[in-house]
Each structure stands twice: as structure tokens, then as C-alpha cells.
Design a protein around this ligand. Structure first.
Ligand code: GRF
Length: 183
């Protein structure tokens, strides 16, 4: 069975969606860099091991600590799901091509934060998600898949966000299973 690590920093709805639709792979552990993140509650309920490190406490050792977790669990793929940090040089060079991320916009449109809000404010005709490999930039890596839907002009921001997250929860687990099947 292929194993993945999920890196998250906050709510963890993607983490939970992946856990519940893990088909042909398992989540070896959750890594989270914020002690009070809600994703820890979700992991506890799902019985998934967790690891924590804080960049403030660990400083220049942070990535070394993260890499020691990856070695401990011997994972095949790192899945970023709301992980609010760039991946550093050492981790990236060791794991290049094996780290993926999900972003709530049709990249290259709206990298960074508040992407859904920006698409909604601009009254874009289409909104969507991008699943991509991770490189040194912010939301710049090679695109694996994108999925779009029409932005209904009657949707408020809350509804628009709901629709985008629905796409994320539907497609992220499938893409992970597909990539691991190819390895
Ligand atoms: C998602 O919209 C994801 O695309 C972005 O951060 C958000 C994380 O949400 N990178 P959650 O923590 O999975 O609920």
C-alpha cells in the first residue's frame, strides 16, 4: 500500500476528504505547523498519526525535523493541503517531483491568498481549482489537473467558496490515487 504525508496548517477539510476517500493508499501521518489548528481534531477522530513542529521554535532546524518525520514514516508522496509555508531548498531537492499542492483558483490566475475572493470580486465567468507539483515559487509548479465551473452571478462569496471547496474535495483524492498508481 502506498503511503502519503499530508501537510496542513489550519482547518483541514481537504485532509478529511482525502482520508475518507483514500483509495489504494493510506495517510501515514499528518504534519501540522500550528498547534491549535482544527486539522488536529479531525486527525484524532480519524485515528491518523500526527506530527508537529513550529518554525519559530525550531528555526533553522525546522526542515530537518520535518524530514525526520518523512523518514520515520517512509512515505511515497507529500500532499500539501492548506499548508501555509513555502517548501525550503533541502526538502525540495530531496522530494522534487513528489510534492503536490492544491490551490483554489485556475492558476496562473490568483496565486497566493484570497484567490476565491478575488475571482468572485472580479465577477470571473469561471472559477476552479488547480492541483500542481510544488517548486520553489508560490503556486508556480507544473500543473497536473485543473477543474472549472461557471461562476453563478447569484452566488455570494460564501456560496462561491463552498462550490470551490466541493471541487477540491472531489478531485484531490482522485488525483492522489492516480499519481500513486503511476509510480
Ligand atoms: C484550500 O482552499 C486549499 O486549496 C488551499 O487552502 C485551503 C485549505 O482548506 N491551499 P482546508 O484546510 O483543507 O479546509
Amino acid at each position: 500500500m502506498k503511503k502519503i504525508a499530508i501537510f496542513a496548517s489550519g482547518n483541514g477539510s481537504n485532509f478529511e476528504a482525502i482520508a475518507k476517500q483514500a483509495n489504494g493508499f493510506e495517510i501515514a501521518f499528518l504534519f501540522c505547523d500550528r498547534k491549535d489548528a482544527f486539522v488536529f481534531e479531525r486527525a484524532k477522530k480519524l485515528g491518523i498519526p500526527t506530527r508537529y513542529a513550529s518554525i519559530i521554535k525550531e528555526k533553522e532546524n525546522y526542515e530537518k525535523v520535518v524530514m525526520s518525520f518523512l523518514e520515520e514514516f517512509d512515505v511515497d508522496l507529500i500532499v500539501l493541503a492548506g499548508y501555509m509555508k513555502l517548501i525550503g531548498k533541502d526538502l525540495l531537492s530531496k522530494w522534487e517531483g513528489k510534492i503536490i499542492n492544491i490551490h483554489p483558483s485556475l492558476l496562473p490566475k490568483y496565486p497566493g491568498t484570497h484567490s476565491i475572493e478575488k475571482a468572485w470580486e472580479n465577477r470571473d465567468s469561471e472559477i476552479g481549482i488547480t492541483i500542481h507539483y510544488v517548486d520553489q515559487g508560490m503556486d508556480t509548479g507544473r500543473i497536473i489537473e485543473q477543474h472549472a465551473i461557471k461562476l453563478n452571478p447569484n452566488w455570494d462569496l460564501v456560496e462561491t467558496e463552498k462550490q470551490v471547496h466541493k471541487l477540491e474535495h472531489e478531485y484531490y483524492p482522485k488525483v492522489i490515487a492516480k499519481l500513486l498508481g503511476e509510480k
